[in-house]
Design a protein around this ligand. Sequence first.
Ligand code: NAP
Length: 355
Amino acid sequence: MPAAQAIVVSRHGGPEVLVLREVEVAAPEPHQVQIAAKAVGLNFADVYERLGLYEAAPPPPFVPGFELAGVVTAVGRDVTRFRPGDRVAGATRFGGYATLVNVSEWFCFAMPAAATFEEAAGFPCVYATAFHALYNLGQLRDGMKVLIHAAAGGVGIAALQLARQKDVEIFATAGSDEKLKVARAHGAHHAINYEKEDFEPIVRAATKGRGVDLVLDSVLGEVFRKSYRLLAPTGQLVAFGAATMMPAGPRPNWLKLAWQWLRRPRVDPLQMIGENRAVSGFNLVYLFDDRRLADVCFGPLARLWHEGALKPLIGLTLPFERAGEAQEALRGRRTVGKVVLTVGTPAATSFSHDR
Ligand SMILES: NC(=O)c1ccc[n+]([C@@H]2O[C@H](COP(=O)([O-])OP(=O)(O)OC[C@H]3O[C@@H](n4cnc5c(N)ncnc54)[C@H](OP(=O)(O)O)[C@@H]3O)[C@@H](O)[C@H]2O)c1
């Protein structure tokens, strides 16, 4: 069995619990491709997992990571779409922080010729998330008004680029003025710093009191409550994250978390019926075994990516070994776009966004 380097969550805790270890990698199963990673994409959930706040994660020790890009080194006997030497991006249910990874062929994308490995590693998860929220659940169509929170983050930038495929009016929120600039550059028509200003009256006034048709909420807390109130009749809020529950320090404050848990927003179906409003939620991590998800999301995404309509924004690149530092930048809201680890390249080209 070939050996690989992997970043392992050795126990729950701060960034110091991430350790580099050698692991053995099995031969790819019939429908898997084996990828020698050149870059690994980070996701917000990786941080929750390390902290012990992610229900779907296995108990430590485990290898986190949902996505990577690299070169195919071997394929399972039933794989027809890829061959050794292909440049691919892939999504995996954990195990992505490694130099050699087996990925289901259904969750792999052929890379566009112009894409870098860093861009490709930042593609699968955030675009699939944004696509599912905007198009599968949100049924985005021309003429809609859409509100996207945390719009300068990984999912946020993907959502802006995907929303722009329709003739819609986009309201974006972000936590700093620099992030607002990034959101505007990626298609937001209105950008609001929700740390400084109350977005609810601003959006209400800009829509002449009507509100918006679709909200993408990965923040929850007060942001959810205000966003729900901003829904126009037949409007929908799609909830898919709880960034407000991310600890402000490298370790959880259990008392504060318990309070936030008790105070989490609740929805009332009777109220939704009376108001013609809808709330939906999803977590792709529970759909990884479902090939339909790949068919529904990945087909159109691959086409748009290859046509050049989508381009991941990579805000911070660090070497593989500095995964803890990269995760802490993500936890601390200091990043825009995607955070990516490079494998086997000595230098980091890094841009860290200070609030
Ligand atoms: N359900 C799913 O299938 C799924 C899949 C992927 C991602 N997600 C969720 O989507 C969201 C975006 O994921 P991502 O990986 O692209 O991360 P990201 O957006 O790049 O980073 C998270 C962002 O959340 C915002 N935020 C608001 N309150 C925060 C707080 N108290 N602490 C830290 N950040 C806070 C920050 O942006 P501002 O400073 O602009 O507020 C931060 O940059 C996350 O909530 C993630 O859990 C869900």
